[in-house]
Ligand binder design. Structure first.
Ligand code: UD1
Ligand code: CA
Length: 473
């Protein structure tokens, strides 16, 4: 990989992306859940390039916020005067070695494509290499004009004659060039065309004039696959998700319907895991071996262990679920929640910042926030931690091992329940409970005999016990 360290990648991305018809800068539009520019940058990194420069303009601040954390240098192109001017903005005087130029809106390129280009550039010994591809319908792409097999020029569709438009070999917008050649030739580009733009493609003619060697390399179609409209954006996402689904299946993951399984490229799923239809796995998520994720689950930045069942309709965010646990259906786990081995979180249970002990259960209709629950505890239906107080601060509930919490209990935090304690149903617990104690905090039941008047009682038992009716009448 060392030699690739000498490749500088210049990513052109200052364009307005007018046809997207959206206020978001084009390169921040999501492809398979992530800004398309991240796909391009990550593949440059995976190819071993360490000097990555992004030429940006439109929506500069939001672009910076997304790409700077990745260590990419941003260069501003103040005015969009064309692709030649865009490259000029990337501080080309500081370049040495080989330079790869590519587009920020071609999110389907792969590191292997980039490596193949670099390899070809180096073995062919040319000064400028244009990456081309053959398209059935080349539309607005620049056409590769050859004579005697040798590339002579790239002609933009807007400037082309009908004969030139019939050429199916196109410029993908990716080039490799020696840094010194770029430094010498780029300043010579003139905006001598119908659009009054500085065309980077004019480098071909300039290099030929200067007796430098110009070659081409035919890449796969995906390198030319640019996003220019919302339709193409959706299509790019579809391609990426299908590609990930295929890779997962190749690695032994079971997908019931790969067409409706949405797994981002950053997610790891281990062999034997089962993904049902309409599952979305995002970000830094891992799904361990033999786990299953049922339909309509949304999982982001969550670590799921082995043989875990995530049942239908669950929403998991920045949580950790350990081996053999079961979660859902319809559970919501919020950040910093850890569900230990063999624990069970049932339907309509929400947890936030909870350490939930091994083999413990919270089966139904429960909210736990800022809580610790020990091992082998049982949290009854309808239990609530009252963690948020009038002072707008959050307080903690600690429930020990083997605690039995009766249904419909409220814990008014801060409060601690010792190991093995029992909480009576319907309690409001405001004070600590010692280990193995019984705590009941509820109004005593009051019974008023013969409270219901005779006439009303008659109506109640209509069609019921006639004997009882007569007796009371
Ligand atoms: C360009 C090529 C064309 C090629 C096509 C492949 C030129 C003159 N033409 O055409 O031969 O087939 O790409 O997609 O280069 N950009 C800037 N600043 C600018 C202008 C553009 O940063 O002033 C960026 C855009 O954001 C985009 C890239 O450069 O990422 C290409 O620009 P675009 O306008 O899409 O070029 P095309 O006309 O499609
Ligand atoms: Ca384009």
């Amino acid at each position: 990989m060392k030699e690739n360290n000498e490749v500088t990648a210049i990513i052109l991305a200052a364009g307005l992306g007018k046809r997207m018809k959206s206020p978001l800068p084009k390169i921040l539009h999501p492809v398979a859940g992530r800004p398309m520019i991240l796909h391009v940058i990550e593949n440059c990194k995976a190819a071993g390039f360490t000097d990555i420069r992004l030429v940006a303009g439109f929506g500069l601040n939001s672009v910076k916020a997304v790409v700077e954390p990745l260590g990419v240098q941003i260069h501003v192109q103040a005015q969009q005067l064309g692709t030649g001017d865009a490259v000029k903005s990337a501080d080309i005087e500081s370049l040495s070695g080989d330079v790869l130029i590519l587009n920020g809106d071609h999110p389907l390129i792969e590191a292997e494509d980039l490596l193949a280009m670099v390899k070809e550039f180096r073995s062919s010994g040319v000064d400028l290499m244009v990456v081309t591809t053959i398209l059935e319908n080349p539309k607005s792409f620049g056409r590769v004009v050859r004579s005697g097999g040798q590339i002579r020029a790239i002609v933009e569709a807007k400037d082309a004659t009908q004969a030139t438009l019939n050429i199916r070999e196109v410029n993908t917008g990716m080039y490799l060039i020696k840094a010194d050649v770029l430094q010498d030739e780029l300043p010579r580009i003139r905006p001598a065309n119908a659009q009054n733009e500085y065309y980077l493609t004019d480098l071909v003619g300039l290099c030929i004039e200067g007796h430098l060697k110009v070659g081409t390399f035919q890449g796969p179609k995906r390198v030319s696959w640019g996003v220019n409209s919302q339709t193409e954006l959706a299509e790019a996402s579809r391609i990426k998700y299908r590609q990930k689904a295929r890779r997962l299946m190749e690695d032994g993951v079971i997908l019931m319907d790969p067409r409706t399984t949405y797994v981002e490229s950053t997610v790891r799923v281990e062999p034997g895991a089962v993904l049902y239809p309409h599952v979305m796995l995002r970000g830094n998520t891992r799904v361990g071996a033999m786990s299953s994720i049922e339909p309509h689950c949304y999982v982001v930045d969550t670590d799921i262990g082995n043989s875990v069942q995530i049942r239908a309709g669950s929403y998991l965010e920045s949580a950790r679920i350990m081996n053999h646990a079961t979660v859902g259906p319809y559970a919501r786990l919020r950040p910093e929640t850890v569900i230990a081995e063999e624990a069970h979180v049932g339907n309509f249970v929400e947890m936030k910042k909870v350490q939930f002990g091994a083999r413990s259960k919270a089966g139904h209709l429960t909210y736990l926030g800022d809580a610790e629950v020990g091992e082998d505890a049982n949290v009854g239906c309808g239990t609530i931690t009252c963690n948020y107080a009038v002072d707008r601060k959050k307080y903690k509930t600690v429930i020990g091992k083997r605690v039995f919490v009766g249904s419909d209990t409220q814990f008014v935090a801060p409060v601690t329940v010792g190991d093995g304690a029992v909480i009576g149903s319907g309690s409001t617990i405001t004070k600590d409970v010692p280990p193995r104690a019984l705590a009941v905090g509820r109004a005593r039941q009051v019974v008023k005999e013969n409270y219901v008047k005779d006439e009303a009682a008659k109506g109640d038992s209509a069609g019921g016990n006639e004997a009882a009716d007569k007796k009371s009448g």
